[in-house]
Write a protein of this length. Structure first.
Length: 344
């Protein structure tokens, strides 16, 4: 464990020197934003020191967390008052609050920060927020929406429909849907390959994921993970049909990491070889996953133990586990602008 921790520190130092030489944000400036779903705040973790260095108080029942690509603004959906909060990451101050049409779930933002998609769980629709106007500019109907996702496009969003067992594609130029993809079940989190051709979807009652051919709009495979404990153990903050509530592709798309609520770990799936090649133990109730931009480290929120696991991807070892707020779930990694008020 000590060797892995030292490796992490060495990576930070070397990455910082390279980043400075190339004019990019230093790795030591990377922050992890952790939405505490049964709390009123977002915890901020410095990925250099691996310590919580602040929290942003916003309101009860934090749900969605997303950061625009330049790291300047954080977007958080708050269930208790049905708002989307806009936070300046340099000052950690709220600079906008948008009243939504109902109870929000996981949000997504375009890379340019112009639009945010907010699924409205109790309204069977997804709100599209114009950030500059700070208002909902349209709401599209969708049955029991849950998670919105952006994969680097300023034109398209994905939003899942648990009620329709599908993933809908939103075209922002038309402000309408452009495609509907089958999910192979009641979708939970999902990820898309770097080339946009393959989608991996966690679905209810499956300890694994479904593989979707995006261009042909069809399910091509249903993959079940191994399980040391095939009988689910009680979890406070997940429904009984949930076997996994988090998956993420490495930035190069070579591996899919999937959380296991049966075994309290993450399993590693080799996408090309189509087989599981490893597992790493986590805290209790592993949930959302987020890689660092270079794919060397992974963060995993553990909802039932109120902490976050930090994993060295290459060695497949947990570097450390730190306490955050109450029932952490959604995660986002970004480098805030220089001059951030937080200190390491």
């Amino acid at each position: 464990m000590l060797q892995v921790r030292l490796s992490f520190v060495l990576w930070i130092v070397l990455s910082s020197l390279v980043a400075l030489a190339q004019g990019r944000p230093a790795a030591e400036n990377l922050r992890l934003y952790v939405g505490n779903s049964r709390g009123d705040d977002v915890s901020i973790v410095d990925l250099n020191s691996l310590k919580v260095i602040g929290d942003i108080k916003l309101g009860e029942r934090i749900h969605g967390v997303a950061v625009q690509s330049d790291g300047k603004r954080l977007f958080v959906s708050v269930e208790s008052d049905h708002t989307l909060r806009i936070i300046d990451t340099a000052t950690q101050q709220t600079v906008g609050s948008v009243k939504l049409t109902g109870r929000p779930n996981q949000v997504a933002v375009t890379p340019d920060g112009k639009y945010v998609a907010v699924p409205i769980r109790d309204g069977d629709k997804v709100d599209i927020v114009d950030v500059a106007k700070q208002e909902v500019v349209t709401s599209l109907p969708i049955k029991e929406p849950h998670n919105a996702l952006n994969t680097g496009s300023n034109r398209y969003f994905y939003v899942s429909s648990m009620g329709s067992h599908a993933i809908n594609v939103i075209d922002l130029e038309k402000m309408d849907y452009s495609a509907v993809l089958p999910a192979g079940g009641r979708p939970r989190p999902y990820a898309v390959s770097p080339d946009g051709k393959t989608m991996f979807v966690a679905v209810a009652d499956l300890h694994g994921f479904v593989v979707v051919d995006v261009p042909n709009k069809k399910v091509v495979e249903r993959v079940e993970m191994p399980a040391e404990h095939p009988t689910p153990h009680p979890l406070q903050y997940e429904t009984a049909d949930t076997r996994t509530h988090g998956l993420a592709l490495t930035p190069d798309g070579s591996e899919l990491w999937v959380s296991s609520l049966l075994d309290d770990c993450v399993y590693v799936y080799d996408v090309k070889a189509k087989k599981f090649v490893g597992k790493v133990a986590t805290g209790v109730g592993p949930n959302w996953l987020a890689f660092t931009p270079d794919g060397r480290y992974l963060s995993v929120s553990n909802a039932d133990s109120d902490d976050v696991s930090f994993i060295d991807v290459k060695s497949r070892q947990e570097v450390t586990r730190i306490k955050v707020g109450k029932v952490p779930k959604r995660l986002a990694v970004a480098a805030p602008p220089a001059g951030s008020g937080l200190q390491n």
